[in-house]
Design a binder for this molecule. Structure first.
Ligand code: NAI
Length: 696
């Protein structure tokens, strides 16, 4: 029988094979076919054991997430898994490639699991704001124990064949042909008289359970603030300990049904698709050939250069760092080593991995040593003249076809490209600090950037584990241009009556890891000060401007680095402590400006911080600087810590309703003037009852 589920007999064994390319998604026909095949094998007297496998590139990728939230159709996956588990004949799952989500819960209902070296399993539902919904939270802890099960469910990450064997998920890793190995394994079970081994009958080792749950909850509270799915997952695993399997399945289903209709899960599903869609770039065909990057170079081994070099090495790309002299180079490389050593001592990196990564990083002060690099990423001081000199030198030394990239956070990439005779090879790769940690690469396409350069840089982003988004050239690109609007409002709010800790609390309650003032202290206030001074000289403007931030720097307060900024910091502590001196300064400045301070509500703070920034997002879309609203959302999630459960600023605006956003913007415009003029696109969408999502 050939269809979405194939059925073959091999002696006393029935081989049931999922065959629904490309990833054997558990669509309704596949579920029905599986249920029928198992009924057939169960009824056949000559069949003594069953092997379940997947054709094509993997065992099973799980449900089609586009079906989430739609009415479920029978037969349900949970019932099929229960049917398999209750089968009177031993059932062996034979896994190659991915077994994810429902595709992992299916083998959890089988009695034995074998895999080949490519086998890997995951319960990635958490990444979509969900919880496993077909027994994963109940069977996985029974099979491998509470702590590893919690880890897997809460991380959503894959576990490979060897780890899976060590954990007890796989009974055997097969060398050679998987299906033949699984048939042999099943024959051995028959010969040894081994029958079904239902996971539901396994006892959970509850040693230390209370502490495991408490520790996990504490970790989650730090990492996933405000997200509901992680707590639901923990609750479901906890119930595996306390309830019967069927009661646990009922609780799991109830949690899943609640989560799937939640705004948070909708937001996370939006981001899942947005991240993938970001790779579709107008003018760059999907089959555009990419340039080979076997070696990279980074110019400048400062804060960003070091982080970029580490990102490349972490992704397995050999990288040569070029500095202005040996002293700066040695210092930069030593700091790179220290950063890795810090990860090793915290237990987040193995010593062997640190050694391997460091081996990929070399240093030089000679351009000849980087002439053969496939990509050069410049990360020297933010100074146009310096950058132009460097690009002219790169043009003169680098091999033909080398990609010449700049990490500038604000300068005109077209102007930098014009310093070379190969502007088609020039592009922006804007990393975020700390670059070895932050996942965003805001890649900047200049006027003449060649399509294959764009395709190569987007692929490189992915290859080194980053999230790439392609934007166009403008002051601040997408992220910082919007950030500017947000920061301005945060400071105006201080002049009008708020205090830094009040603004920061509203923003952290919303879900950002930090508010704008604590963030400024962390990044260092002196850096922004210099940028502002430069900007005021080069681009004078009559727009409202708050001097509070400048005064603070002029008082010698540079943020966490000297334990004084918007807040005070105790020795060795990163905890911001509100400072009376700053409060007095702010109140004094309100007086100087003739502003009568007033009570400002949390709602106003949130709207003033978010809506003007969304308004700039609308301008950016009309100008074509961002390709689509989802790209802006991805930038804000991965580059600025916008709360994942809110889906990014443009998704959030849609949820709030563009009519409401427009009305607030119009009121702000009337009160504060042209700086807050509603963007024409916002007005147009709001008045026609449309949303940003409709533009995708
Ligand atoms: P940094 O001051 O920490 O490092 C700059 C490095 O470049 C120094 O080590 C310096 O010795 C080296 N350098 C200067 N002239 C050089 C030359 N002619 N040849 C070789 N090396 C030279 O600066 P940072 O913060 O790393 O910034 C670098 C670039 O990244 C700037 O364009 C900045 O706007 C951008 N950027 C900075 C971010 C941040 O948060 N610091 C975030 C994103 C982008």
């Amino acid at each position: 029988m050939v269809g979405v589920v194939e059925y073959e007999t091999h002696g006393a064994i029935a081989l049931i094979a999922l065959n629904n390319p490309p990833v054997n998604a558990m669509a309704v026909a596949l579920r029905q076919g599986t249920a029928d095949a198992f009924s057939k094998a169960e009824a056949d007297q000559n069949i003594k054991a069953i092997v379940l496998t997947g054709r094509g590139r993997c065992f099973c990728g799980g449900a089609d997430i586009r079906e989430f939230g739609k009415p479920r159709k029978e037969p349900f996956l949970t019932d099929i898994i229960n049917q398999i588990e209750a089968c009177g004949k031993p059932v062996v799952a034979a896994i190659h490639g991915a077994a994810a989500g429902g595709g992992c819960e299916l083998p959890l209902g089988c009695h034995y699991r074998v895999g080949d070296a490519s086998a890997k399993f995951a319960l990635p539902e958490i990444k979509l704001g969900l919880q496993p919904g077909a027994g994963g939270t109940q069977r996985l802890p029974r099979l491998i124990g509470i702590a590893p099960a919690l880890n897997i469910i809460l991380s959503g990450e894959y576990v490979n064949a060897d780890e899976g064997k060590a954990l007890g998920f796989f009974d055997e890793i097969i060398e050679g042909d998987l299906v033949q190995g699984a048939l042999d394994y099943a024959n051995k079970l028959i010969a040894e008289g081994k029958g079904p081994r239902p996971t539901r009958d396994m006892n959970i080792d509850d040693t230390g359970a209370e502490k495991i749950f408490a520790d996990t909850r504490a970790k989650i509270a730090r990492r996933s603030r405000g997200l509901i799915a992680p707590e639901r997952c923990i609750e479901a695993v906890e119930s595996a300990l306390k309830l019967s399997l069927d009661e646990g399945l009922a609780l799991e289903r109830k949690n899943f049904d609640e989560l799937v209709v939640s705004d948070q899960s909708k937001a996370q599903r939006h981001l899942f698709f947005a991240e993938r869609q970001a790779h579709k770039i107008p003018g760059v065909a999907a089959d555009t050939p990419v340039r080979e990057i076997n070696k990279a170079a980074v110019i400048g081994c400062g804060t960003m250069g070091r982080g970029i070099a580490m990102s490349l090495a972490n992704g397995g790309v050999p990288v040569t760092v070029l500095e202005v002299n040996k002293e700066a180079l040695d210092k930069g490389l030593a700091m790179t080593r220290d950063t890795y050593a810090g990860s090793v001592s915290r237990g987040s990196l193995a010593q062997s991995d640190m050694d391997a990564r460091l081996k990929l990083i070399s240093g030089t002060t000679d351009y000849a040593d980087i002439a053969d690099a496939g990509i050069v990423i410049e990360a020297v001081f933010e100074d146009m003249e310096l950058k132009k000199q460097i690009f002219a030198k790169l043009d003169a030394t680098c091999k033909p076809g080398a990609i010449l990239a700049t990490n500038t956070s604000s300068l005109d990439v077209n102007e930098i490209a014009a310093a070379t005779k190969r502007p088609g090879d020039v592009i922006g790769t804007h990393f975020f600090s700390p670059a070895n940690v932050m996942k965003l690469m805001e890649n900047v396409r200049a006027e003449k950037t060649a399509p294959d350069v764009i395709a190569t840089v987007m692929k490189l982003s992915k290859d080194i584990g980053k999230v790439g988004v392609m934007v166009g050239v403008c002051d601040g690109f997408v992220g910082n241009r919007m950030l500017y609007a947000y920061r301005c409002q945060a400071e105006f709010l201080l002049e009008e009556g708020a205090l830094p800790h009040q603004v920061d609390k509203v923003i952290t309650d919303f879900g950002f890891p930090m508010g704008p003032f604590a963030m400024g202290d962390l990044a260092g206030l002196d850096v922004g000060y210099l940028v502002r001074q430069h900007r005021r000289k080069t681009k004078p403007s009559n727009d409202r401007y708050s001097f509070i931030g400048d005064r603070i720097v002029e008082m010698g307060r540079h943020g966490q680095k000297n334990r004084k900024g918007w807040y005070l910091y105790d020795e060795g502590s990163r905890k911001p402590v509100p400072d009376r001196e700053i409060e007095k300064l702010i109140v004094g400045i309100s007086g100087e400006l003739g502003i009568v301070r007033r009570d400002i509500t949390d709602e106003e703070i949130l709207q003033r911080c978010m809506y003007p920034m969304i308004n700039v997002g609308a301008e950016i879309l009309s100008e074509g600087i961002a390709i689509r609203p989802g790209d802006i959302d991805v930038i804000w999630i991965y580059g600025y810590g916008f709360p994942v459960g809110k889906g990014g600023p443009m998704f959030y605006a849609d949820q709030a309703g563009l009519k409401a956003v427009y009305e607030v913007m119009s009121a702000l415009h009337a009160e504060h003037g042209d700086m807050l003029q509603p963007a024409p696109l916002l007005k147009e969408l709001a008045s026609s009852g449309k949303s940003f999502a409709g533009l995708q």
